[in-house]
Design a protein around this ligand. Structure first.
Ligand code: HAM
Length: 431
């Protein structure tokens, strides 16, 4: 058998122990804020039917056209093979689960989720093929008040994490009917100037003309700048919704910029769309994005009209922005050395268990694997622990333990094993 070393799949990253504390810090803070606003966690499968995504995100979007990890399931007893896809985002699965379990029926829901998403994109800084999102979705609420509250919640995330360089961009896509009328105008405008369109935009002219507005090609910018604007073609009700949202954001003191070209890359949106963008991550500057999707629940088979709004943020991008933050030290409080015969190890392991019973928050590392006092002490020091607990044959006989500070210049001392818990509590944990 080949002994060739197999590397991780392109774009799929390992998150190493040195990196997890920052991730945990972000997750903990965001979870606290979500709970404070009454959002409840939902856990969803990574695999869904391919059709769920093509029907919700849209057949002619980048995600569905070229970024999905899809494969055929093993044949069922009739030989049929379902097409399955690793989820590229969380909204479609959340709607599917809500319909399947009757969560939307005459109910309002505020839900959130965390987990990996998969997109077959070209990897670069801030863009990966497996990445983590935290997302939130609210169902059964149609007014701009919930849009505003959601955006205020995201603003609170950034305050909580100490991020102050994010810009909020908002736009309204209006009703499906208003968008269809606008689409015709846009197609006519770009068709008259077809020769100025790049290849990608020529293709989009047929399939998804609104996405031309999203083009990053510098040579297309003047053309796009002069194109008819969606905001000028909105229906009355959507205009009012958008005006109230802006008013509420102003009242709450959240700065925003209306970006009339913000159209989002997924088809399910209507009315409000928004993105939080940073200048500090190069091309992948969108940290958090979302909007309203009032039609999706019915489109996927829900029996009742269910207005919905939500967003998701990319955790790797937050990690990149926060990489300078000092997170709480998770090194062990204490390191237990066990130097001597079998009786030492027996007593040591039992002592460690009783300490863990007594002090659930204690981070205690036991030295397994034997060795001399010197070599065990070296490892204790390297572990980052504040204190070494030394158990030798004398200590076993006397039912004592020796405590030695590793980071402070203080004399070592011995205490009865029965009192060790109290000592550790006052010396380390309560400090
Ligand atoms: P999205 O804009 O496709 O929206 O993704 C949301 C966020 O996920 C992005 O702003 C970015 O931070 C992160 N992200 C996306 N792709 C990648 C990638 N390849 N690598 C790293 N991070 C990435 C959605 O997914 C919608 N489901 C959001 C939503 C929820 N709308 C309503 N509810």
């Amino acid at each position: 058998m080949s002994k060739k070393f197999l590397k991780a799949v392109k774009g799929m990253n390992d998150i190493l122990p040195s990196e997890t504390p920052l991730l945990q810090y972000i997750e903990k803070n965001i979870r606290q804020v979500l709970e404070a606003y009454g959002y409840q966690e939902i856990r969803l499968p990574l695999l869904e039917s391919t059709e769920l995504f093509s029907r919700s995100i849209g057949e002619v979007t980048d995600i569905v056209e070229k970024e999905m990890f899809s494969f055929l399931d093993t044949p069922d007893k009739y030989g049929n093979r379902d097409s399955l896809t690793l989820r590229p985002e969380g909204t479609a699965g959340c709607v599917r689960a809500g319909i399947e379990h009757g969560l939307f029926y005459n109910q309002r829901q505020r839900l959130w989720y965390i987990g990996p998403m998969f997109r077959h994109e070209k990897p670069q800084k801030g863009r990966y093929r497996q990445f983590y999102q935290i997302g939130a979705e609210a169902y059964g609420l149609s007014g701009p008040d919930i849009d505003a509250e959601m955006i205020l919640m995201t603003a609170r995330f950034w305050r909580r994490l100490g991020l102050d360089d994010l810009e909020l961009q908002i736009n309204s896509l209006g009703s499906a009917a208003a968008r269809a009328a606008y689409r015709e105008q846009l197609v006519s405008y770009f068709s008259d100037r077809r020769s100025q369109l790049d290849a990608d935009s020529q293709r989009r002219l047929q399939t998804n003309p609104l996405r031309i507005l999203d083009s990053k090609n510098p040579e297309m910018q003047a053309l796009i700048e002069n194109a008819p604007q969606l905001l000028e073609h909105l229906d009355e009700a959507s205009l009012e919704h958008f005006a109230t949202l802006k008013h509420l954001l102003e009242k709450a003191g959240v700065n925003y910029r209306v970006n009339p070209r913000l159209v989002r890359g997924l088809d399910y949106y209507n009315r409000t769309v928004f993105e939080w963008v940073t200048q500090n991550l190069g091309a992948q500057g969108t940290v958090c994005a979302g909007g309203r999707y009032d039609g999706l629940v019915e489109q996927l088979g829900g029996k009742q009209p269910t207005p919905a709004v939500g967003f998701a943020m990319g955790l790797e991008r937050l990690v990149l922005l926060l990489s300078q933050v000092q997170v709480a030290d998770k090194s062990p409080h204490a390191y237990l050395l066990m130097v001597g015969n079998d009786a030492v190890i027996e007593q040591g392991l039992c002592l460690a268990e009783s300490l863990r019973d007594l002090l659930p928050e204690l981070r205690l590392l036991t030295h397994c694997g034997g060795g001399s006092f010197k070599s065990q002490f070296k490892r204790a020091d390297k572990s980052g622990a504040k204190i070494a607990l030394v158990l030798g044959e004398n200590e076993v006989t006397n039912q004592e333990i020796t405590l030695k500070y590793l980071r402070e210049n203080r004399p070592q001392f011995s205490v009865a094993q029965s009192e060790l818990g109290e000592y550790l509590k006052t010396l380390i944990i309560d400090k």
